[in-house]
Design a protein around this ligand. Structure first.
Ligand code: FEO
Length: 172
């Protein structure tokens, strides 16, 4: 059985993961408006990933005999200044999510909840990958600057990203 405190904290995280999904779908719409289909695809895959993160927490609570209470999803931004701006926000957001996951792990330790702590290790590894992927794109965007050919090449590369449900694997 999961403690009330742990369950409430995971409820918050389910909301944060769905909010992340909504944010990335909004970013995908932004890139569709810019006619950058590869960037739009990359963000849509982010959206799908975040949804699976929320469901991993959702299923976990139920597997421990807990109950999930879903909360409203807050509004997200719909416009950004430029591509560097949007990826800066993405990186800051993922760093924030990392801090939320670390906080959940702290609560699991306080509650002596080893099962939840074990489940969270998947998310801790996932966040390392998430931050690294975004940092890499941000570096490339800064290198490209106003170079249209560079943007075209990066857009083509990001178009190849395919969604894989990594929550089904032991570690990301
Ligand atoms: Fe669910 Fe992007 O971390």
């Amino acid at each position: 059985m999961i403690s009330k405190k742990m369950q409430a904290a995971i409820d918050e995280q389910i909301n944060a993961e769905f909010w992340s999904a909504y944010l990335y779908l909004s970013m995908s719409a932004y890139f569709e408006r810019q006619n950058l289909k590869g960037f739009a695809n990359w963000m849509k895959v982010q959206f799908q990933e975040e949804t699976t993160h929320a469901i991993k927490f959702f299923d976990y609570v139920h597997s421990r005999g807990g109950q999930v209470t879903l909360k409203p999803i807050a509004a997200v931004d719909t416009d950004w200044k430029n591509n560097v701006d949007i990826f800066n926000e993405t990186l800051q957001h993922e760093q924030h999510v990392t801090s939320l996951i670390n906080n959940l792990a702290n609560i699991a330790v306080e509650e002596k909840d080893h099962a939840t702590n074990s489940m969270l290790q998947w998310f801790i590894s996932e966040q390392v990958e998430e931050e690294s992927n975004v940092e890499q794109i941000l570096v490339q965007l800064k290198m490209i600057g106003d170079n249209g050919y560079g943007m075209l090449m990066l857009d083509r590369e990001l178009a190849t990203r395919v969604f894989v449900d990594a929550t089904k694997t032991a570690a990301p």
